[in-house]
Ligand binder design. Structure first.
Ligand code: SF4
Ligand code: SF4
Length: 105
C-alpha cells in the first residue's frame, strides 16, 4: 500500500465506495493518473493535469476539451477524441477507484 497525500477543495463531496455512482469527488485523479492520463501526460502519480474543478465538483478535461492538452489534435477530430476519452475513462459508470481515503475533510 502506498500512502499519498492529495489536496482537494474542502466542499467537494466525500469519495463513495467502489461501485456506487461517481460523484466527481476527484480523489482518483488526484491520487494517480488513469491509462489515458498516463498516455497523454507520461506520469503515473497524481494530480492529473487534466483534472479540473467545475461547478463544485471535479471533471476530466480530456473528456470535454482534449485539445487543451493535445495541441496537435486536429479540429475535426475534437468530437471523436471526446467520445473516445469519455468511453476510455468510463464516464457515467460507477466509482472504480479503490483508493482508501483516510481523512476525507
Ligand atoms: S470515480 Fe470515484 S474517486 Fe473518481 S471521481 Fe468518481 S467517485 Fe470520485
Ligand atoms: S480521468 Fe481524466 S483527469 Fe482523471 S486521471 Fe484520467 S485523464 Fe486524468
Amino acid at each position: 500500500m502506498v500512502d499519498h497525500i492529495v489536496h482537494l477543495y474542502h466542499d467537494t463531496p466525500s469519495k463513495p465506495a467502489p461501485g456506487e455512482p461517481c460523484n466527481r469527488c476527484g480523489v482518483c485523479c488526484a491520487a494517480e493518473t488513469c491509462p489515458a492520463g498516463r498516455l497523454v501526460f507520461r506520469q503515473r502519480t497524481g494530480p492529473c493535469p487534466a483534472l479540473v474543478r467545475h461547478d463544485g465538483r471535479y471533471a476530466c478535461e480530456l473528456a470535454v476539451m482534449p485539445e487543451r492538452h493535445i495541441a496537435i489534435l486536429p479540429l475535426h477530430l475534437h468530437p471523436l477524441a471526446v467520445r473516445l476519452f469519455r468511453r476510455w475513462i468510463s464516464v457515467g459508470t460507477g466509482c472504480d477507484s479503490v483508493v482508501n481515503v483516510v481523512n476525507p475533510q
